[in-house]
Write a protein that binds this ligand. Structure first.
Ligand code: KG4
Ligand code: ZN
Length: 361
């Protein structure tokens, strides 16, 4: 194991989806020196989803100023940086290219290591930034683009136990919110609407429940919700009480599905790593209170401690990229300036590619 210089600081850049983010993270407390996130929600809202071309252009227009501000917030200059980390994929390629080109330029100008970080690895390692979780740990990574159960064995070594056969859990929240006329992004809006709803009024399916393995599927749930809405007369005909009940029913179905699949993954994790003690929840959907509580309870029943980073570090951010870069640099990894952005980049390259999950990971 190689260790970098004490007091190491890394600049992290994230542009793989619809958040433009820049952060400076140090290996000494306080670790997070700056963490700025510029959301593009307003740019994409009228389309009800992310438009890749608009995302790339927005990253290009804002990233350099955001990086400059991150240095100002951290109170350091470019000369204080020991490496530049960037999300090199998986994600929307136009956006990834914007971040990668700036990161390469800064690393080249300063003569410091360039680190191309897998966006999923950054989500995976966030619990070590915030809670120093030791390897190995089980990870439930749930976001808009990904839904996976992985064993994180060490930096750069991941074993995928399950992935989605179709949609990610976050997509199910987003598409569900659209069907309910709530807007975008759907997760927080469904969570808020569900607070006043009855999760038992509409019985929605729990896809794959009880089946062996740890894969996920959400398309049947989405279809069931759509059929319900049609039966009720369509989106425009829903009254606020019904919207709340449907939101609560959808959220409960997603939470139960995540918990059921995680139960299987816990059994496999324990069989492979009897000494493993932690279940980590990460990705945007981990911001959901009821899901966090259900996964906490599940972990406790199986003798595991559950860890979920604070909400602003669960959703896309630059600090997670900088931290993953810092961990990679410490472990002796760095990348060449010939690195090519990767739209698709599985964390566990040996995992079988499943139907429908090929777009990203
Ligand atoms: O990790 P993230 O910021 O971006 C991706 O890498 O995909 O995750 C975004 C996803 C969106 O689908 C959003 O609806 C979902 O996370 N999300 C939530 C909540 N906050 C964000 N889902 C459920 N409940 C929330 N409170
Ligand atoms: Zn993400």
């Amino acid at each position: 194991m190689h260790y970098g210089p004490p007091g190491m600081k890394i600049l992290g850049i994230e542009t793989s989806c619809d958040e433009t983010a820049a952060a400076i993270v140090a290996d000494e407390a306080p670790r997070i020196r700056a963490n700025l996130v510029l959301s593009q929600v307003a740019e994409h809202a009228e389309y009800g989803g992310i438009v890749p071309e608009i995302a790339a252009r927005a990253h290009l227009e804002t990233l350099d100023r955001l990086v400059t501000r991150a240095f100002a917030v951290a109170g350091v200059g470019l000369d204080a940086i020991d490496g530049v980390a960037v999300a090199g994929g998986p994600g929307l390629i136009g956006g990834v290219m914007v971040g990668v080109m700036l990161a390469k330029g800064l690393a080249l100008a300063r003569g410091v290591p360039f680190l191309a970080v897998n966006h999923l690895e950054a989500h995976a390692l966030t619990a070590r930034l915030t809670d120093d979780v030791p390897f190995p740990f089980l990870l439930l990574l749930v976001s808009g683009g990904h839904c996976q159960l992985l064993i994180v064995e060490e930096v750069g070594r991941y074993r995928r136990l399950g992935t989605t056969l179709d949609d990610a859990a976050g997509e199910c929240f987003d598409k569900g919110a659209k069907l309910l006329g709530l807007g975008f992004p759907g997760g927080p809006l469904i969570e808020r609407a569900a607070e006043r709803g009855d999760p038992r009024r509409f019985l929605l399916p729990r896809p794959l429940r009880g089946r062996s393995g740890a894969n996920f599927s959400f398309s049947g749930l989405k279809t069931a919700l759509r059929e319900r809405v049609v039966k009720l007369g369509g989106t425009a005909a829903l009254d606020p009480g019904t919207v709340a009940d449907l939101a609560a029913s959808l959220q409960a179905a997603i939470a139960d599905t995540l918990a059921d699949r995680t139960t299987h993954a816990i059994a496999e994790f324990k069989a492979r790593h009897p000494g493993g003690r932690h279940l980590v929840l990460s990705g945007g959907v981990a911001a959901n209170g009821p899901i966090r509580r259900q996964i906490d309870a599940l972990a406790a029943r199986h003798g595991l401690s559950s860890v979920a980073p604070p909400i602003d570090l669960c959703t896309d951010n630059g600090a997670m990229i900088a931290w993953a870069g810092l961990e990679r640099l410490r472990a002796g990894f760095k990348d060449g300036l010939d690195f090519a952005p990767r739209p698709r980049w599985p964390l566990d390259a040996s995992a079988v590619r499943v139907r429908g999950a090929g777009v990203k990971a």
